[in-house]
Design a protein around this ligand. Structure first.
Ligand code: ADP
Length: 447
């Protein structure tokens, strides 16, 4: 097992990883920018190293400084959290070259999944159902027209190097295709330095359902069920739940089994998430994330398994603590992402939190790095905490969530808490009757 883990992240996820390390008796080092000197994870860690000024590229993305911090403190492993360097293959390779363990998959697996065309090809080869579309990059208008006619309109043009919902264009008919192809490719070139785009069928009313998987490092794969993350705004998840209200046990076991087998065949090691769009009973792979997800606590709530413990065990060569048959699903969990944003316009609202009171009681978990008097720096993303609620079934979970939202107080800044208070009282949400467009449509109606 590791002696000392360096946590290369900030905010709630740095604290989350720190807690797992403490439970396992592992020493912790955190790195931080000058803007985060007062952060909770810095106060609670055994050691901390300031690695640079506030902009991420000079601190949390500065590989050189992070490796230096490992060497100075004698850390033998790095947990990257999510975002920042968590899906940076070069970072994983550099750590390996320094004999420091990257708590995540190999650089090669990160690379395959970071290129969407390659990822889709790999998924298809491994028997994972994919969205019908081009086999690889499409550059030629004639070829684009032929493929689009074959799969049928509407189609979506996506950037191979895409991420964060950028570089995507929908063509409703052949008349839109030429412009869509050109603009997607130009935008992709400008945003990612790679103008390769591909075409796939545009699904009109899908749900976003993702499967949590793990490779144990010895060629075995397991799944921890799915999460439904269909409530999104600008392709950003807002509310996540497990299990999905749309799946039955047979569908869950089928897609979970396909994913676990794929992970085993790939020889993948560590945590991963295989993301699908789901429509009319069919799953369509869109991408795989090779890291821990923001929404992992809903899976922890229904399985009772600490996924960060498992990541650390696997990375240290100790394998998983569970086999597939030990993973049982119990009840229902919902996570609300609490952002420091205006709940209507979603513009960021940094500033000082004058009062912070979190709900408690059975089935309530709050993962957050903030406290009363904490000043939110304006440099990073606006997530300040996550409220995760568990109940024996979805109805109980929703009742408890409503109560927890009532108790939650964050003063001094605007947050998305009022949005969740509306959602928990909505009939469609109560019925689990929503797709990936539901939230944006519902917000547009209010304007
Ligand atoms: P990114 O890596 O940029 O987040 P994804 O491939 O994960 O890109 O897609 C992000 C979101 O875009 C999906 O959750 C979905 O809302 C939408 N999307 C992607 N592909 C399709 C598709 N074929 N049909 C409909 N919507 C899609």
């Amino acid at each position: 097992m590791f002696q000392k883990i360096l946590i290369a992240n900030r905010g709630e996820i740095a604290l989350r990883v720190l807690r797992a390390c403490k439970e396992l008796g592992i020493q912790t080092v955190v790195v931080h920018s000058t803007a985060d000197a007062d952060a909770m994870h810095v106060r609670l860690a055994d050691e901390s190293v300031c690695i640079g000024p506030p902009p991420s590229r000079d601190s949390y993305l500065n590989i050189h400084q992070i490796v230096a911090a490992c060497e100075i403190t004698g850390a033998d492993a790095v947990h990257p959290g999510y975002g920042f360097l968590s899906e940076n293959a070069k970072f994983a390779d550099i750590l390996a070259a320094h004999n420091i363990t990257f708590i995540g998959p190999s650089g090669d697996h990160i690379r395959i999944m970071g290129d969407k065309i390659e990822a889709k090809r790999t998924a298809k080869r491994l028997g994972i159902p994919v969205v019908p579309g081009s086999d690889g990059a499409v550059t030629d208008q004639k070829e684009a027209r032929r493929i689009a006619a074959e799969i049928g309109y509407p189609v979506i043009i996506k950037a191979s190097a895409g991420g964060g919902g950028r570089g995507m264009k929908v063509a409703l008919t052949e008349a839109d295709l030429e412009v869509a192809l050109q603009t997607a490719s130009t935008e992709a070139g400008a945003a990612f330095g790679d103008d390769a785009v591909y075409i796939e069928k545009y699904l009109e009313k899908p749900r976003h359902i993702e499967v949590q998987v793990f490779g144990d490092g010895f060629g075995r794969g397991v799944h921890f069920g799915e999460r439904d993350c269909s409530l999104q705004r600008r392709h950003q998840k807002v509310w996540e739940e497990a299990p999905s209200p749309a799946l039955n046990a047979e569908e869950r076991a089928r897609i979970g089994g396909i994913c676990a087998k794929a992970i085993a065949d790939l020889g993948y090691s560590g945590a991963g998430t295989i993301e699908f769009l789901y429509e009319n009973g069919e799953f369509y792979f869109i991408e795989m994330n090779t890291r821990l997800q923001v929404e992992h606590p809903v899976t922890e709530a229904i399985t009772g398994i600490d996924l960060v413990h498992e990541q650390i065990r696997v990375a240290s060569g100790g394998g998983l603590s569970v086999k597939q048959e030990d993973i049982k699903f119990n009840g229902h969990a919902i996570e609300c992402r609490i952002n420091a944003e205006d709940p209507r316009t979603f513009t960021p609202s940094p500033g000082t939190i004058t009062h912070f009171h979190t709900p408690g009681g059975l089935g309530i978990r709050v993962d957050s790095g903030v406290y009363s008097g904490y000043k939110i720096p304006p440099y990073y993303d606006s997530l300040i905490g996550k409220l995760i609620v568990h109940g024996r079934n979805r109805v109980e979970c929703m009742m408890r969530l409503r109560r927890a939202l009532d108790e939650f107080v964050v003063d001094g800044i605007k947050t998305t808490l009022p949005l969740f208070r509306d959602l928990v009282g909505n009939a469609d949400i109560a019925n689990g009757d929503y797709d990936i467009h539901w939230l944006e449509k519902s917000l547009a109606k209010e304007e």
